[in-house]
Design a protein around this ligand. Structure first.
Ligand code: SF4
Length: 375
């Protein structure tokens, strides 16, 4: 077990799990060079010999030198220059094709609301690598922040916790330290943001929202939707809150705790909100409407990290981004596009704003760092 410990209080600290091992940690300053580093000059030579025109020597001599480099090993028998061996020259291989399809074509395609957005609107390669290959980075403290705020919002809405900021802050205090932040100052800063988000949530919770009343929170659903006459898509998810409007229609609310918000145009075609509305149409909330099927009356994002515009109440209230009741064929088209991409396994990169924070740039042929070795 190893850990890094920075001398400053707000620098990297060893994981709290280390103390639970019951072994006294031993400080080691400086670090031995990793074995791979010892092979570094050889790796440069190997690269030069592999590249056509990279070395003026005749091919046979270059091959002999590469063979010698490939045979070098450290004291544990590990190759020092693995890249010298042709079995690691990926560019020489043909692309492989899996004979096992990703999804069974006879079954509905199971997707989540957020997956639809990635598949149909942003980048299907990013979806594939993140959700199917599961190469996404582990959950971050930002997700922990969102989870905590969602749980507290659910507790208030269901009456298990009073709508009182002091009580919520006490609950927040009891779990906050288990969230892993990079440094104590970051934890403090985020806790303050969480306090503001909870305050906004409470204001929103008690205010008049056009006569709507809450009928369910954290409402799980599982519906199968028809997509463009050709596919079926199964959507499973959870609605943060379901409300009944004055006309008896179902209105779905989704709390957001992220720093970014979609534009007005994006909200009008927001896949996640649209899927909630479709799910209502397919009976996802019948059980909380006394067994009758309500019409969808719209859906909205409540941005708890972001203040409302001055004319809508200012700092104390969250920014609300509402989607009208569904009209037209666009959601069906969106579902069909997403399902078609998954079943036909069309995962080409599609660049845009979303590339900025993409974790897969080094594996993406549309980015310079992910370019194929041999074009
Ligand atoms: S870098 Fe951009 S194009 Fe490439 S996988 Fe990521 S989101 Fe897609």
């Amino acid at each position: 077990m190893t850990a890094v410990k920075a001398p400053a209080d707000d620098g990297d600290q060893p994981s709290r799990f280390l103390t639970e091992l019951g072994v006294e940690p031993r400080d080691v300053t400086g670090r031995p060079p990793p074995p791979a580093r010892r092979g570094r000059p050889h790796r440069r030579t190997a690269r030069r010999h592999r590249r056509p025109g990279g070395d003026p020597r005749p091919a046979r001599r270059r091959a002999r030198r590469l063979a010698r480099l490939a045979a070098l090993a450290d004291e544990d028998g590990q190759p020092l220059v693995p890249s010298a061996h042709p079995y690691r020259w990926w560019g020489l291989y043909d692309p492989t094709h899996s004979s096992i399809p990703l999804r069974d074509r006879d079954q509905p395609v199971a997707l989540s609301g957020s997956a639809l957005d990635q598949l149909a609107n942003t980048c299907s390669l990013q979806w594939f690598l993140g959700r199917e290959v599961k190469a996404d980075a582990p959950a971050t403290a930002a997700q922990g922040f969102g989870n905590v705020v969602h749980v507290l919002a659910d507790e208030v809405a269901s009456g298990r916790t009073p709508a009182d900021l002091a009580v919520l802050m006490e609950r927040l205090d009891s779990v906050w330290d288990s969230l892993a932040f990079d440094a104590p100052w970051k934890s403090q800063q985020e806790k303050e943001h969480a306090r503001v988000a909870l305050e906004r949530f409470l204001q929103w919770h008690v205010m008049d929202r056009g006569g709507r009343t809450a009928v369910a929170t954290e409402h799980d659903f599982d519906v199968t939707l028809e997509a463009g006459g050709e596919y079926e898509v199964r959507i499973r998810g959870s609605m943060d809150r379901v409300e009944a409007d004055t006309e008896g229609r179902a209105y779905v609310v989704d709390f957001k705790t992220g720093k970014a918000a979609p534009t007005r145009e994006e909200v009008a075609h927001h896949p996640q909100l649209a899927v909630y509305q479709l799910a209502v149409r397919e009976g996802a909330v019948d059980d909380v409407f006394g067994g009758t099927r309500p019409e969808p009356g719209g859906a909205e994002l409540v941005q708890l990290r972001q203040p409302a515009a001055k004319k809508d109440g200012g700092e104390a209230l969250p920014r609300i981004q509402a989607q009208e009741p569904l009209a037209g064929e666009w959601v069906g088209d969106l579902l069909a596009t997403a399902a078609g991409r998954v079943l036909d396994e069309r995962f080409s990169p599609a660049t845009g704003q979303h590339c900025t924070h993409c974790a897969f740039r080094a594996a993406c042929s549309a980015q310079p760092e992910g370019r194929h070795i041999v074009e």
